[in-house]
Design a protein around this ligand. Structure first.
Ligand SMILES: *Cc1c(COP(=O)(O)O)cnc(C)c1O
Length: 352
C-alpha cells in the first residue's frame, strides 16, 4: 500500500476502516440527521473536540463541508464593511480572491514568506471589519505565531479576527482565545477522509452574526447557529465523517501531547534536511516554519527524479504548490503518520 505524505487529503488514521465497519453495523450510515441518535453523536463529537483541542467552552463549533465553504460563509455572513487579508501564500490569496467576488471591500495585505509577521505593522481604520489570517500556509510551509494573531486582535477591539487553520488544527496547540473565528477541514491533521469542515466561533463572533442576521443562503451562519442549538445543521451533514471524528477524538491524545510529538518530528526533519546537500527546506528563515507541512526545494531535475523514485518505492509525496510546482515537493508532518514511515522515507531520500 502507498504511504501518503500528501498534505491533504492525507494519510488517515489506521483505525478508520474498523470505525467505518462499526458505523455500518450500528446503522449510522443511514440515520436521520434530525434523530436523537444523530444529536447525541453531534453533541458528543463537539464535547470531545473541545476537550481534546482545548477549545474554550463558550465557543460554538459548526459543521461545514470544507474549509473553502468556510471562506465563503465568512464572506457572506460575517463581513459587512471590509475584510483585510494578511497572507504570504496561495491559500491566503485564494481566500482573498473568493471574498473579493462577494465583498467589494476585500483588501489584500500580502507579506513575504521569509518575513515574521509583525502585529505592529497593521492598523485598520474601519470600525468593524474582519481581519483574515492564514495561520498555517500549506502552499509554502510557513506559519503565523498565534500570539501575534492575539496581539492583532487586541489592537483591533472592534474587528473580528478569522483564522484559517486548515493544516494545523489538531496537529498543534492553538490558543483559540487569540481569535474569533477558526476553521479547518478534517482531511489534514485530523487524519480523516475529506468532506467535513469545522468552524469555531467566539461569543463575540456569535453576537456579531446575530446582529448582522444574514439569512440569504442555505449555509448562512444565522441558520447554522439556530440549528446548532439542537446540535444540528440546516442541511444533511456528513454524518459518517462526524461519527469518525467522534471515534478518532475518543482515542486521541490531548493536543498538548500531539503538539510535542509534531514539534519533535519537525526538528528531526530539519536536522535530516540540514545533513543533505541536494535538498533543503524551501524557506530559509526557520522562525516562520510550519511544524506540520515541510516544503522541500531542489533543482527541478532533482525534484522530478525524487518524485519518480518515491512513486516506485510506494511513497506519495505532496506536489509543489502554485509557482513552486517544479522546484519543490511537500511532506506532511501530520499526527496520523507513523515514525517508521518517516524513517523509511528518509532512508529513500538519502540516496539523493
Ligand atoms: C487545504 C486547505 C484549504 C482548502 O480546504 P478544503 O477542505 O479543500 O476546502 C484551505 N486553506 C488551507 C490553509 C488549506 O491547507
Amino acid at each position: 500500500m502507498t504511504i501518503s505524505f500528501y498534505p491533504g487529503p492525507s494519510r488517515v488514521h489506521d483505525r478508520i476502516p474498523a470505525y467505518v465497519k462499526d458505523a455500518f453495523r450500528q446503522g449510522i450510515l443511514s440515520i436521520n440527521h434530525r434523530s436523537d441518535t444523530f444529536m447525541e453523536i453531534s453533541e458528543r463529537t463537539i464535547r470531545l473536540l473541545k476537550e481534546n483541542l482545548d477549545i474554550p467552552s463558550d465557543y460554538t463549533v459548526f459543521y461545514t463541508s470544507s474549509a473553502t465553504e468556510c471562506w465563503e460563509i465568512i464572506a457572506q455572513s460575517v463581513v459587512t464593511s471590509a475584510s483585510h487579508h494578511i497572507y504570504n501564500g496561495s491559500f491566503g490569496e485564494k481566500w482573498f480572491d473568493y471574498t473579493k467576488r462577494i465583498c467589494a471591500n476585500a483588501e489584500a495585505h500580502p507579506f513575504s514568506m521569509e518575513e515574521v509577521l509583525s502585529a505592529g505593522a497593521y492598523h485598520f481604520a474601519d470600525n468593524n471589519g474582519v481581519i483574515c489570517i492564514t495561520q498555517n500556509e500549506t502552499s509554502n510551509g510557513t506559519q503565523v505565531n498565534v500570539q501575534t494573531i492575539g496581539t492583532i486582535r487586541r489592537n483591533h477591539p472592534n474587528h473580528l479576527v478569522a483564522v484559517d487553520a486548515t493544516s494545523s488544527m489538531a496537529g498543534i496547540h492553538l490558543d483559540f482565545r487569540a481569535a474569533d473565528i477558526w476553521f479547518a477541514s478534517v482531511q489534514k491533521c485530523f487524519g480523516l477522509p475529506a468532506g467535513l469542515g469545522l468552524m469555531i466561533c467566539s461569543p463575540r463572533a456569535i453576537d456579531r452574526i446575530k446582529e448582522i442576521g444574514e439569512r440569504n443562503h442555505y449555509n448562512s451562519l444565522t441558520f447554522m447557529n439556530d440549528m446548532m442549538q439542537k446540535w444540528q445543521t440546516p442541511f444533511t451533514p456528513n454524518v459518517l465523517n462526524i461519527y469518525l471524528l467522534m471515534r478518532v477524538m475518543t482515542d486521541s491524545k490531548p493536543i498538548s501531547q500531539v503538539h510535542r510529538t509534531i514539534k519533535r518530528r519537525y526538528a528531526r526533519w530539519m536536522s535530516f534536511l540540514e545533513s543533505r546537500a541536494s535538498i533543503r527546506h524551501l524557506v530559509a528563515n526557520k522562525e516562520v516554519h510550519s511544524w506540520t507541512v515541510l516544503p522541500i526545494a531542489a533543482e527541478p531535475e532533482m525534484v522530478a527524479r525524487i518524485k519518480a523514485e518515491a512513486k516506485s518505492k510506494g511513497f506519495l509525496l505532496g506536489e509543489g504548490y502554485g509557482k513552486f510546482k517544479e522546484s519543490t515537493f511537500r511532506i506532511a508532518n501530520f499526527p496520523a503518520i507513523r515514525n517508521i514511515e518517516i524513517r523509511k522515507l528518509q532512508e529513500m531520500l538519502k540516496a539523493f
